[in-house]
Design a protein around this ligand. Structure first.
Ligand SMILES: Cc1ncc(COP(=O)(O)O)c(C=O)c1O
Length: 378
C-alpha cells in the first residue's frame, strides 16, 4: 500500500511540524532576548517562507546569493559571513545585508571602507575561533587545529580593530545548550577583554533547540546571563533546528537484486545525489516501518541508489515483509541541508518538492523536469 499518493520521488514538508518548530524557536527567541536567524544554507525552500512571517525576517547568509534570497523572500537584511568575500560581488552583499562578518583581518582591511560608505548602515563583525568545539567529526568541526574558519586569538592584538562592532563564533553542530555553555566559557577566556567593547556577539549555528531532548530553559538562562554580564546583543543562527524532522523523502523500489549474499532494493533516488549528508557524515537514516538493527523474522535489504557510484548505499534495513518493485520507501527527516545540497548527478530524476498542508492536502512547490537538468549543464 502507498503511504503517500504522490509521483515519486518527492520531498514532502509537513506544515504542522514546520509550524511547531517555528513556534518553539520564536518562544525561545522571545524568552532569551537573542535574535534567532535562520541559516539559509540549511533551509532555503523559499516557497514555504511565508510560514516564517512575521518573526523571522532576518536570516544569516553565506554570500551574495543567499543574502539576496533572504532579502527578496523574507524581506529582511542578512547577517552575512563568508570565509572570503569576493571584490566583484561585494556590492551585492552590502545591498542585502545589515551585518557583514569577516574571516580575516586582511578582508576587514580590504572591505571596511565599502561597508562604512554604504547607503544603509552595515555593522561589521569578525569571526573568531572560540578555541573549543564539541563536534567529533573533523569535517564538521570549524575549530580543529589550523582551521581556516575563524581568526585565532593570537592574530588579534590588545585592541579591537577600528570599526568592528561584533564578534562571531560558530563551533556547534546538532549540539546541546551544555555544549554551548562550554564554548562560551572558552570564548570568554580568549576574548573577554573585547566583550565590553563590542555591541553584539553572534554565537553561530548548531543549536538544535527543536530536538525533543534539548534543554531550552538552560539555553534561555545562558543567553540571559551572557547579555547581562556583557551588555551586548546576542544572535544565534541555527539552520537545522528550523527544519528538524519536518519532512521526508519518498522513493520507489525499482528493482530487487540478489548478489554475493546481499539483497539490494534499488530505488529511484540516489544517496549521493539526494541524501548526500548520509554518505558525508556518514549516518544511516531512519526508514519508516523498517529497522536498522536485526529484526526477528525480518527481511534484510540494502537500499541502493540508482547511480553509478559503487558506494551509493548506507547500511542495511530489516522489513517485516519482502520488498517488491513499486513499494514506497520513506526516509525520515530529509529536509534540512538535504534539500539544499542535492544534485542532478547521473541524471537521476530529481525529487519534486511538496507541502503536506494542515488540511491533509498535498501542494506541489516545485516539480523537476528533464529541461531543469539540461539547463543546469549549460
Ligand atoms: C557560520 C554558520 N552559521 C550557522 C550554521 C548553521 O548551523 P546548523 O544548521 O547546524 O544550525 C552553519 C552551519 O554550517 C555555519 O557554518
Amino acid at each position: 500500500m502507498k503511504k503517500y499518493d504522490v509521483d515519486c520521488p518527492a520531498y514532502i514538508i509537513d506544515q504542522e511540524r514546520f509550524e511547531g518548530n517555528l513556534s518553539l524557536i520564536n518562544n525561545v527567541q522571545e524568552k532569551c532576548g537573542a535574535k534567532l536567524l535562520l541559516a539559509l544554507k540549511a533551509f532555503s525552500l523559499w516557497k514555504s517562507f511565508h510560514f516564517l512571517e512575521p518573526n523571522f525576517k532576518e536570516c544569516t547568509a553565506s554570500g551574495p546569493w543567499e543574502a539576496r534570497l533572504g532579502h527578496e523572500c523574507l524581506g529582511g537584511l542578512s547577517h552575512t559571513f563568508s570565509p572570503a568575500f569576493v571584490e566583484h560581488d561585494f556590492d551585492e552583499v552590502l545591498k542585502h545585508s545589515s551585518h557583514v562578518i569577516f574571516n580575516s583581518l586582511d578582508q576587514l582591511d580590504r572591505f571596511s571602507k565599502k561597508c562604512r560608505d554604504n547607503a544603509h548602515p552595515i555593522s561589521i563583525g569578525l569571526r573568531v575561533n572560540p578555541g573549543y568545539s564539541p563536534v567529533e567529526t573533523d569535517l564538521y568541526n570549524p575549530c580543529v587545529n589550523d582551521s581556516r574558519l575563524g581568526i585565532s586569538r593570537v592574530l588579534l592584538s590588545e585592541n579591537m580593530p577600528d570599526g568592528v562592532e561584533g564578534l562571531h563564533f560558530h563551533a556547534l553542530c546538532e549540539s546541546t545548550s551544555y555544549d554551548l555553555e562550554k564554548t562560551i566559557i572558552s570564548f570568554e577566556k580568549l576574548y573577554g577583554e573585547f566583550l565590553s567593547k563590542v555591541k553584539w556577539v553572534n554565537m553561530g549555528g548548531g543549536h538544535l533547540v527543536t530536538h525533543k531532548d534539548y534543554d531550552t530553559g538552560h539555553l534561555i538562562a545562558l543567553i540571559q546571563d551572557f547579555k547581562k554580564k556583557w551588555g551586548v546583543e546576542v544572535y544565534l543562527e541555527p539552520g537545522s533546528a528550523f527544519a528538524w524532522d519536518i519532512g521526508v523523502l519518498v522513493a520507489n523500489v525499482v528493482d530487487v537484486i540478489h548478489q554475493g549474499g546481499i539483497t539490494t532494493a534499488i530505488l529511484d533516488i540516489s544517496f549521493t545525489a539526494h541524501m548526500p549528508d548520509c554518505l558525508e557524515m556518514p549516518y544511516q537514516p531512519t526508514v519508516r516501518g523498517a529497522s536498522s538493527t536485526e529484526m526477528n523474522n525480518g527481511y534484510k535489504y540494502r537500499l541502493g541508489g540508482n547511480s553509478c557510484l559503487a558506494g551509493d548505499f548506507i547500511g542495511d534495513w530489516w522489513f517485516d515483509k519482502p520488498l517488491v518493485v513499486g513499494d514506497q520507501i520513506i526516509f525520515e527527516d530529509m529536509i534540512h541541508y538535504t534539500t539544499v545540497k542535492t544534485t542532478f548527478f547521473n541524471g537521476v530524476k530529481h525529487p519534486d518538492i511538496l507541502l503536506y498542508n494542515k488540511n491533509g492536502g498535498l501542494e506541489v512547490l516545485r516539480k523537476f523536469s528533464y529541461e531543469n537538468y539540461k539547463e543546469r549543464m549549460s
